[in-house]
Ligand binder design. Structure first.
Ligand SMILES: *[C@@H]1O[C@H](CO)[C@@H](O)[C@H](O)[C@H]1NC(C)=O
Ligand SMILES: *[C@@H]1O[C@H](CO)[C@@H](O)[C@H](O)[C@H]1NC(C)=O
Ligand SMILES: *[C@@H]1O[C@H](CO)[C@@H](O)[C@H](O)[C@H]1NC(C)=O
Ligand SMILES: *[C@@H]1O[C@H](CO)[C@@H](O)[C@H](O)[C@H]1NC(C)=O
Ligand SMILES: *[C@@H]1O[C@H](CO)[C@@H](O)[C@H](O)[C@H]1NC(C)=O
Ligand SMILES: *[C@@H]1O[C@H](CO)[C@@H](O)[C@H](O)[C@H]1NC(C)=O
Length: 592
């Protein structure tokens, strides 16, 4: 390492004289926001995260081998240390960025575990000088929420290749997407009224998808996992949503006979510290209960990452936390022994994620190939776009009409679970399943189609189910993008979950994703029993040898943006992915 003083001088000289180049800019204020005239005090602190350039290609090709069942390295997960070394930026990058930040009096510098990003508190005036920009307060027209952003930013020439992104700058996150109504729980319809639901008013597998029914629909039989194996189910929570031990106990007592009298509880980790719990929201209870319904007694941890609306802190105070996914993933990346599967019932629309998608991509990739593999399951929600046509507009300033793929669901390195629909006509329940019209589906605008799904997605696009695609529909999505979902599970059917001491009915992808995670936990158990490592990043298995372990869904359609949607058909389709899992078939395939 060169003497720091020299680097400082170098950095200062460059700041003073170097020309800079625009890193990212928007052609106008994004749809749904107005720029206020309020002036930001120049001495006020702003917390910026700088993503550093690093060699992603090595990690990416290792990930392909480690997650490909036909490769000799299948399941040879990297250690946390190996992942960190592989994803570390070069010393040159580290030194340049560190010196540049120090020269501008950056405070509270916090490095990610792999040193591939750093957050720092800067004064508004320093940040504006460093990025040759002006920060303003923007107000969201619907919610009144105010955030600090810029319409463009630049980097000095000598840093252009060393920094991938700076956040928050030009990424406008729609606060509605962080709101409870529309994230996962959007579908969690709770029965109103003062009196609790009476379980005996429902008939298993006809009007209610209770645990015995889940076992039969997904062909789980009486498979019982071994709690002493190194297997561990993670449930992610955001937005100050908590999960209750007493509610889980009630659920176990009623539905899992072998748990009665046990002392089973889940662990809780508050990644961002204790928080003000949201009351009246049962997402956390639904997620923990439906994840454990088939996976009991595998150990389970509920991780909360509370979110504080993006904002400036008071002068000198730590500013708000913007991107809870990153806090969560940074935490998981720092664990020696992360969960073997992680379920997340939260997501956003992707308009604003031009840059954030990249950081989360890197983290997801690392975490999912990782050491004892953290594997992420994310929901696909909201059909092809949020709400109706006027909202299906790109926020790049050109008002183009577009489907709005969910994120992180559209990331190639997570497994995306949509919801399917059981007829519920009283004729016998939840099979055959159909595609659910407002389950999330689509094609990423930012991520190319990964090789693991290329054959089946191309077959869909060129096949009979898509034969009548109109030019108007074709313009709404990126035919070469990562396509999702990967699989679907019943969501629209009813599920009981225990909330305090009453019973509620929840559903949607918030039911599908944790149920899928429980099934994956069983497959990991099965492999561990045979002396094999857990599955890690699933998708190459799912689209390869594992595809025979799914029951195809050929009926129904998914739609949105007031457009005719994608049709379910034989084989993979955007309406139902590969179909729904058949555990006992997957069990055989998982050992091949
Ligand atoms: C639920 O319904 C059953 C049968 O109709 C009845 O016996 C029971 O008392 C009810 N329980 C509650 C809590 O209302
Ligand atoms: C729970 O019970 C098991 C055996 O039944 C015992 O080994 C374990 O120590 C108990 N845990 C707690 C926290 O009491
Ligand atoms: C996590 O935060 C919640 C809410 O503030 C609190 O009730 C709980 O005790 C905390 N748990 C841990 C393990 O810190
Ligand atoms: C979450 O809890 C934190 C810490 O108590 C609080 O600052 C924040 O406003 C809460 N957020 C929500 C959405 O309730
Ligand atoms: C986009 O729409 C907004 C509001 O309707 C309008 O003010 C703006 O001029 C449009 N921009 C373009 C590039 O058409
Ligand atoms: C989907 O199926 C419907 C009904 O058969 C048909 O009208 C529509 O054209 C199909 N969509 C595409 C894109 O082919």
């Amino acid at each position: 390492m060169a003497p720091l003083s020299l680097l400082w001088l170098f950095a200062s000289l460059n700041v003073a004289f170097a020309s800079s180049q625009v890193k990212h800019s928007l052609s106008g204020v994004p749809d749904g926001w107005i720029q206020t005239l309020d002036v930001l005090p120049p001495t006020q602190g702003i917390n910026l995260r700088f993503g550093l350039a690093h060699g992603f290609s090595t990690i990416e090709s290792l990930l392909q081998d480690i997650s490909d069942p036909s490769h000799p390295n299948y399941g040879n997960h990297l250690s946390k240390e190996e992942v960190h070394i592989l994803s570390a930026p070069t010393d040159d990058t580290l030194h340049k960025v560190q010196a540049w930040l120090s020269a501008h009096d950056a405070n509270s510098m916090t490095w990610s575990p792999a040193k591939d990003s750093v957050s720092a508190v800067l004064s508004v005036s320093s940040a504006e000088e460093m990025l040759s920009t002006r920060f303003s307060l923007f107000e969201h027209t619907k919610t009144g929420e105010r955030i600090v952003r810029a319409l463009s930013y630049s980097l000095p020439d000598f840093l252009l290749d060393h920094i991938d992104f700076v956040h928050p700058t030009t990424a406008f996150l729609d606060p509605r997407r962080h709101g409870l109504r529309e994230i996962g729980v959007r579908h969690t319809a709770r029965e109103a009224g003062p009196s609790p639901l009476n379980q005996s008013d429902f008939i298993s597998c006809v009007t209610i998808m209770d645990p015995p029914c889940v076992r039969s629909v997904y062909n789980i039989g009486n498979y019982t996992p071994d709690a002493s194996l190194p297997n561990h189910l993670g449930v992610a929570g955001y937005l100050n949503i908590s999960a209750r031990q007493d509610s889980l106990r009630l659920y176990l007592d009623d539905y899992i006979p072998e748990s009665v009298g046990s002392n089973y509880t889940f662990d809780v980790v508050n990644i961002t510290g204790p928080f003000e719990p949201q009351t009246g929201v049962d997402e956390g209870n639904l997620d923990t209960q439906l994840a454990i319904q088939v996976a009991y007694p595998i150990p389970m941890t509920y991780y909360t990452t509370n979110s504080i609306p993006p904002s400036l802190g008071e002068d000198g105070d730590p500013p708000g936390i913007n991107e809870p996914y990153l806090n969560f993933i940074d935490y998981i990346m720092g664990l020696d022994d992360p969960p073997t599967v992680i379920t997340t019932s939260y997501g956003d629309d992707v308009r604003s994620f031009v840059q954030i998608s990249w950081i989360t991509l890197l983290r997801s990739a690392k975490a999912s190939q990782n050491w004892e593999p953290g594997k992420f399951l994310f929901p696909g929600d909201s059909g092809l776009g949020v709400g109706s046509a006027p909202l299906c507009i790109a926020n790049t300033g050109n008002n183009a009409s577009t489907f709005l793929p969910n994120f992180p669901a559209s990331c190639p390195y997570v497994t995306t679970v949509g919801e399917s629909f059981g007829p519920q006509d009283g004729s016998g329940g939840f099979v055959p399943q159909m595609a659910e019209s407002d389950s999330g589906a689509g094609f990423s605008n930012y991520f190319d189609r990964p090789s693991y799904q290329d054959a089946v997605v191309s077959a869909y696009l060129d096949g009979p189910a898509n034969a009548n695609e109109t030019p108007e529909q074709a313009r709404m999505y990126n035919h070469r993008g990562r396509a999702f979902p990967d699989m679907v599970l019943i969501g629209s059917g009813a599920f009981f979950d225990s909330f305090f001491n009453r019973w509620d009915i929840g559903g949607g992808t918030s039911a599908s994703v944790p149920t899928a995670a429980g099934i994956i936990a069983l497959l990991n158990d099965w492999r561990l029993r045979h002396g094999k490592p857990t599955m890690g990043f699933l998708n190459p298995f799912l689209y390869g040898v594992g595809s025979a372990g799914f029951t195809d869904i050929t009926e129904g359609t998914v739609d949105g943006c007031e457009q005719p949607g994608f049709n379910a058909t034989a084989g993979w389709d955007p309406a139902s992915g590969l179909g729904y899992p058949n555990f006992q078939k997957l069990q055989e395939l998982a050992l091949l």
